[in-house]
Design a protein around this ligand. Sequence first.
Ligand code: PHE
Length: 502
Amino acid sequence: MKLPESQVAVLEAASATDEQTIEELAEKTWLKPETATGAVFELEDEGLLSVEERTDESVSLTEEGEEYAEDGLPEIKLYEAALSAGADEDAIQMGQAIGQSGLGGPQVNIALSNYARKGYGSIDSGEIVADPDADPENDAEASALSALAAGEPVEDADTLDQLESRGLVERTESTVRSVLLTDDGVTALMEGVEAAETVGQLTPEMLTTGQWRDVEFAQYNVDADAERIDGGKVHILRQTANRVKDVLVGMGFEEMDGPHADADFWINDCLFMPQDHPARTHWDRFALSNPTEIGDLPEELVEKVRRAHLEGIGENSDGYHSPWDEDFARAIALRGHTTSLSMRYLSGNAVGKLEPPQRFFSVEKVYRNDTLDPTHLLEFFQIEGWVMAEDLSVRDLMGTFEEFYAQFGITDIQFKPHYNPYTEPSFELFGRHPETNELIEIGNSGMFRPEVLEPLGVECDVMAWGLALERLLMLMYGFEDIRDVHGTLCDLELLRDVEVIH
Ligand SMILES: N[C@@H](Cc1ccccc1)C(=O)O
């Protein structure tokens, strides 16, 4: 029988009676571990070797564990110090026992938190008592530490759990494969195997000399285990943000851009949000301490907005009749929505005065002082957008969302009447979560009120919205906790395994 060289070496090194690990075979044959592994799997496929897999746990001492194995556990040192100071007779001052033990720094707390747990005595109101019957010689944790330090195995799983939770040992699992010759393997060896002159890898030399034409290439085993490689890729949040931008550009929208920290004037006042609105209190917004306020606001617009707040706009409108303070409007905060950008653009202060029809969007970060939970983050991405045109209706708004979400495979959108101080009518949008089947809020929208548009100098209709990018992501990918994709708790498997869409 002819086999590639590495397989012949492994076959000859294997035994029908003594199990050997792949590492042992690699050492014997002088093959690289990955070559030996490949050869073993090829031979298993050919029925010449059998491979048994098991999971082995190895336990090793951490740096701290090694220190205690050498010097003794802090609680034992404390016990010995307390004992020699007579704490087995009468309670003694804790400071005295600690002083005598020579413990310092974090070890003091470690000693105290393990002392009573392990029955060395008790600690109460600054005094310590030592139990004369306690036996540090038989301390299971100490014995396990010294055994491990001496390279001996420890079987006591409870003690190992305890040491692991104290950060004194580390357990690692590894897969061990042991190999035996099969009957067919023995027969093949008896009948004789020789090395076939096969080439495992194509080299530049073979290409330049043309030698590749004459050699025989070894076959690949595509079923063999291989190391998993996770390549870098664009985060799904960024990926989806880019897709959203492409979709909106495809629908004829232009992108807006503007400050993350902005004057309350643009964030709230232009939106006809009364200055005493609960969302404008200090615990809901992230105020800036330096600088605290914006220098330049368009004077004429400030005056119009002030009038709208005080008196309303037109005959059917009433203002808030409460004080309107320009300093309050100048205060700077992190924007709680990107509707501040819409205000800057609609007012003509971003790219000049805009004539209808116009469509603008942004996919940008916003900041809210919310409580973190599965559906809320302190910062998230908002898909802001608006359309300015004559005679817009709610049907246009709904149709736009249906068209937009359909591009992401989301066709079951529901609308609920809502209230915003700046739009009338207003609608919240809901989508169905693919895993839980629950309706989740995915956005907020409406037609801007005259109290917003008139001061801005806009004479036609404007429909507008703010959609949450992270919620769109939840509908697309089916995760249930927003923290799966953001921050320190993120689900790396999800982020690695998710399909890349372009
Ligand atoms: N600003 C709103 C979204 C919105 C924008 C424009 C019009 C209507 C609603 C929010 O953050 O929820």
